[in-house]
Design a protein around this ligand. Structure first.
Ligand code: CP
Ligand code: NVA
Length: 307
C-alpha cells in the first residue's frame, strides 16, 4: 500500500495509523533511542530513503524509525543515483523494487512521486514534494490530539504562504473533520485545486486576509517558511515583503483562543515567519511535532507493509 497523500488514504485508515503511532510511542516511553522495539516488525526488511532535496527531520526520523523496528535503511541522494543522470523514474522504481521492501522519496515534482509509485512493486511513501507533505500532517494531528484531544471540530489557522504543507493540511481537514482557515496575501494563495478539493469534501478553506481576524477562535495556529526549497531565491525579497504582515507574533497569538497551540513543521527562519517569543513560548509544540514524525512514520511504514 502506498502512502502518497492524506486525501488518497481512507479516513478510517488514517485514524488506525495514528492509533498505532500512539500505541508504539507509549510502549517505547523512557527507553533509549537505539533500543529495538520488542516486536521488531521490520525484521529482515530494507527501506530506501531517497532525497532530492535537503532534510534533517525526515531523513533522521525515517532512518531511526526503521532501525527501531528492526529493519535496515539505504539513504540515497538523487544526484548520486543514475536518477539524477538521465535514468527514468519508472526504471528506477522497477530496479529498486527488486532490492528493497519500501521506498520513501523526497522530490520536486508530484509527477515524479506518482511515476515512482506507479512503477514500483513495493510501497512508496511521500516524504515531501513541491505540492504536499502528508507525513508532516500525520505527526501534527497526532501532536495536537496529544495536547488537546480530538482535532475534529477545531479551528486550524494557517498564516503565511499557501504552500505544500498548507495543501496537505487542507486535504486533512475533511479526513479528520476540522475547519481550515488560510490567512496570507492573495498572490500566495493555495493552489486552486487544493481549495476546490476541500470544498468538494464539504470542508471549504475559509480565506481571511486580516491575520488578526483569522486567528480569532483559533485552536491551532500554524506557519511555515516563507521560501520553500522549490521556490526560486530570486523571489525571496518579494515574498518576504508580501508575507511580513503574516508573521506569527506574541501579539497575534493574543487574538487566538488562550490555549491555542502553535506549530511549525521546521526548519524555521526565526524572526521571519514567527518570532522567538512564539517559537519558544508556552503554547509552542514544535519539538513535539518533530518527535512525532518518528512515531507517525513508523506507523505509516507498518501500514504500508501490512506488518
Ligand atoms: N519538517 C521537515 O520535513 O523537515 P526536514 O526538511 O528537516 O525533513
Ligand atoms: N514548505 C517547506 C517545508 C519544509 C519541510 C519546503 O517545501 O521547503
Amino acid at each position: 500500500m502506498h502512502f502518497l497523500d492524506i486525501h488518497k488514504t481512507d479516513p478510517a485508515e488514517l485514524r488506525a495509523i495514528l492509533d498505532m503511532a500512539v500505541e508504539m510511542k507509549t510502549r517505547r516511553a523512557g527507553q533509549p533511542k537505539g533500543v529495538r522495539d520488542a516486536d521488531r516488525p521490520l525484521d529482515g526488511r530494507i527501506v530506501a530513503l531517497i532525497f532530492e532535496k535537503p532534510s534533517t527531520r525526515t531523513r533522521v526520523s525515517f532512518d531511526v524509525g526503521v532501525r527501531q523496528m528492526g529493519g535496515d535503511t539505504l539513504v540515497l541522494t538523487g544526484s548520486e543515483m543514475q536518477l539524477g543522470h538521465g535514468e527514468t523514474i519508472a526504471d528506477t522504481a522497477r530496479v529498486l523494487s527488486r532490492y528493497v521492501d519500501l521506498v520513501m522519496i523526497r522530490t520536486f515534482e508530484e509527477e515524479s512521486l506518482l511515476e515512482l509509485a506507479e512503477n514500483a512493486t513495493v510501497p512508496v511513501i511521500n516524504g515531501l514534494t513541491n505540492r504536499s507533505h502528508p507525513c508532516q500532517i500525520m505527526a501534527d494531528v497526532m501532536t495536537f490530539e496529544e495536547h488537546r484531544g480530538p482535532i475534529a471540530g477545531k479551528r486550524v489557522v494557517w498564516c503565511g504562504d499557501g504552500n505544500n504543507v498548507f495543501a496537505s493540511f487542507a486535504q486533512a481537514a475533511a479526513q479528520f473533520g476540522f475547519d481550515m482557515v488560510f490567512s496570507g496575501p492573495e498572490t500566495l494563495d493555495p493552489e486552486r485545486a487544493v481549495l476546490e478539493y476541500a470544498a468538494s469534501r464539504g470542508r471549504p478553506v475559509e480565506i481571511v486576509r486580516d491575520p488578526n481576524l483569522a486567528v480569532q477562535g483559533a485552536d491551532l495556529v500554524l506557519t511555515d517558511t516563507w521560501v520553500s526549497m522549490h521556490d526560486t531565491q530570486t523571489a525571496k525579497e518579494r515574498r518576504h515583503n508580501q508575507l511580513r504582515p503574516y508573521q506569527v507574533t506574541a501579539e497575534l497569538m493574543t487574538h487566538a483562543n488562550p490555549d491555542a497551540l502553535f506549530m511549525h513543521c521546521l526548519p524555521a527562519h526565526r524572526g521571519e515567519e514567527a518570532t522567538n517569543a512564539v517559537m519558544d513560548g508556552p503554547n509552542s509544540v514544535i519539538f513535539d511535532e518533530a518527535e512525532n514524525r518518528l512515531h507517525a512514520q513508523k506507523a505509516i511504514m507498518r501500514w504500508c507493509l501490512g506488518v
